[in-house]
Design a binder for this molecule. Structure first.
Ligand code: 18C
Length: 247
């Protein structure tokens, strides 16, 4: 069989009801809905997005935004990958067991709270970039299905009394990230690894949380985002090679 379902391991096709009773649910639902809606909006015309990187099917856009001299440039990336589904993409992005294999900026990752099969709160520390202080982040991560063969993961900063910010060596940064994926195949055919293609929209806004030199930050941004998206998508293609397609 070409198409199989694995409800335990892969992102569930419906919201887990252990999430809807959690205190964070209203915020998670609102932000995930907004992020997914914005992810597939266009980047042309008067939208203000400037192209800064292009390679094959991948295009990366940014807006230059500074607040009190701190760079908070929003990023939007579009990509298209053949042979893997939206659900598979989101599975590898969401699931902590794979993160060290594709996330090169990571120093440590801890699960703060496993809320449900589709939602986890993470604490992460990142590699230090000289001359700035090391950064950490505390964020919830939620994966969900949407109409039109779409899956999305949204990550958004939160707080937790057991993980106070700016107490040790790290400065807490704030992040809103959405990886939204949509799979298509020729009409009248059954989806297979040979005929599907998945459109990816990755949006990210990082508030560095404290002083960081603008020039260094924009250079890191320009280098790290294309590196991340290429590495991550290649990783998923490699992981899925030879395995049955999961839609
Ligand atoms: O979305 C991504 N990853 C997810 C799972 O980890 C999750 C993570 C979001 C955090 C993104 C912030 C990363 C900051 C990293 C700073 C250190 C980089 C060290 C690199 C040197 C080897 O959603 C994929 C994320 C891809 C990240 C690309 C880099 C973005 C840089 C943004 C600026 C960071 C400002 C703070 C540092 C100040 C340094 C001058």
């Amino acid at each position: 069989v070409e198409v199989t379902r694995d409800e335990v391991e892969l992102p569930p096709p419906a919201i887990d009801n252990r999430l809807t009773v959690h205190a964070l649910w209203p915020e998670i639902d609102r932000i995930s809905t907004e992020q997914l809606q914005a992810a597939f909006e266009g980047v042309g015309g008067q939208t203000g997005w400037q192209l800064f990187a292009e390679e094959g099917d991948m295009r990366m856009y940014r807006r230059e935004v500074e607040v009190d001299g701190m760079v908070m440039d929003p990023l939007k990336a579009m990509h298209k990958v053949r042979g893997v589904s939206a659900r598979e993409m989101c599975h590898y992005f969401f699931n902590p067991q794979y993160r060290y294999e594709w996330e090169t900026t990571l120093e440590t990752m801890n699960i703060v709270e496993a809320i449900s099969s589709d939602t986890i709160v993470f604490h992460q520390t990142f590699k230090r970039i000289w001359p700035a202080s090391q950064r950490d982040a505390l964020f919830w991560s939620h994966v969900r299905a949407a109409p039109q063969q779409t899956y999305a993961v949204t990550n958004h900063s939160t707080t937790n009394a057991e993980y106070p910010s700016n107490t040790g060596a790290c400065i807490r940064l704030f992040v809103t990230v959405c990886l939204a994926c949509r799979t298509a195949w020729p009409s009248g055919e059954q989806p297979t690894r040979d005929n599907i293609s998945t459109s990816i929209a990755y949006c990210s806004t990082v508030n560095p949380g404290g002083w960081a030199p603008a020039g260094v930050l924009r250079a890191v941004y320009k280098r790290e985002y294309p590196k991340f998206l290429k590495r991550f998508t290649n990783y998923v293609v490699e992981q899925c090679r030879g395995k049955p397609l999961v839609m």
